[in-house]
Design a protein around this ligand. Structure first.
Ligand SMILES: Nc1nc2c(c(=O)[nH]1)N[C@@H](CN(C=O)c1ccc(C(=O)N[C@@H](CCC(=O)O)C(=O)O)cc1)CN2
Ligand SMILES: [Mg+2]
Length: 287
């Protein structure tokens, strides 16, 4: 049987660890780290994620400040809010929940966030730092994936890692992080030909295509590690909805380790946001 990497349990440990570091930070006379959470519109999934982020902040002793704007908000109004949060010394991290309504240019909004408050790691300065291996804030899902992988991989050198998906949020940054550890990285996507032949060469597969059960048992070689990033809500014949990952996990008994959906990468995304917020507060304090 493959080991199931319990993201929920690992996220709870990270939250506790951040809590202890925040308490120490405050005992040393520093101000409580603050995270501004911006939600535009009422996308149901975004509502769930934002709620979870705010609950996680409370558990970690981080002050969260919620800014909810209606779906008709003008881009200028949102940029104005970002400017105010950038200038507010009580705000260490700024998070704009994605997706934004189509009328708003998400790139323009994310580029407006001060790089040192960009706890999502989406600003071009942080993207550039990640690709040049020179620090910066790392996007939350890739950071969570690396923490999960680190629990089963000692040394990435000589390992073949295949990433499925080329998004700016997951695929590209996780490829950079794996490359930084000196894994041999292949980035593939939904248009890649002979995908299963490529994944069969992999020691590590990160599936982030958003395609339910794309990765079948025969795609994975015995002893490989499989990280399932996809979360798709499907409705079965009885009208019941459930979450399905990118991997047919029931066919992966021969893997060394797999992440479940739900309860794998998702909770680690939120835990990584807490670590990034504390880090942003510390980096800003250090000057
Ligand atoms: N500003 C950002 N927007 C988005 C990000 C992000 O990192 N920053 N990532 C995703 C959504 N996301 C966080 O925001 C996220 C997705 C999923 C989970 C999660 O815990 N999933 C659960 C299942 C959830 C459910 O029951 O529906 C799991 O996998 O166990 C957390 C955060 C896009 N937007
Ligand atoms: Mg402060």
């Amino acid at each position: 049987m493959a080991q199931v990497l319990d993201g929920q349990a690992m996220a709870a440990r990270i939250t506790q660890d951040v809590r202890e570091q925040v308490d120490l930070w405050v005992r040393n006379g520093k101000s409580v780290p603050g995270l501004a959470v911006v939600l535009v519109g009422s996308d149901p999934a975004s509502e769930v994620y934002v709620r979870r982020k705010i609950t996680a902040c409370r558990k970690a002793g981080i002050r969260s400040i919620e800014h909810r704007l209606d779906s008709g908000t003008q881009e200028a109004e949102l940029l104005d809010l970002i400017d105010r949060l950038n200038a507010d010394s009580h705000v260490d991290g700024i998070l704009v929940q994605l997706p934004l309504p189509p009328a708003i240019d998400a790139t323009r909004v994310l580029d407006r966030i001060r790089p040192d408050k960009d706890v999502d790691g989406f600003h071009p300065v942080n993207v550039g730092r990640l690709s040049s291996g020179t620090g910066g804030l790392i996007p939350c899902t890739p950071l969570g994936i690396m923490t999960l992988l680190d629990s089963v991989v000692d040394d990435y050198r000589g390992k073949n890692a295949v990433v499925i998906g080329k998004s700016n949020i997951v695929g590209k940054p996780v490829a950079m992080l794996l490359l930084e550890r000196e894994a041999t990285v292949t980035v593939t996507h939904i248009e890649t030909l002979n995908l299963s032949e490529i994944t069969r060469q992999a020691d590590i597969v990160v599936a982030a295509a958003g395609a339910p059960h794309l990765v079948r048992g025969y795609w994975i070689r015995p002893g490989a590690i499989v990280i399932d990033v996809g979360i798709t809500r499907v409705t079965d014949e009885g009208g019941q909805t459930r979450l399905v990952g990118d991997c047919a996990t029931a066919e992966l008994d021969h893997a060394l380790a797999v992440t479940p959906v739900p309860g794998g990468v998702g909770p680690m995304t939120i835990a990584s946001l807490l670590s990034n917020t504390l880090r942003a507060a510390q980096l800003r304090d250090d000057g």
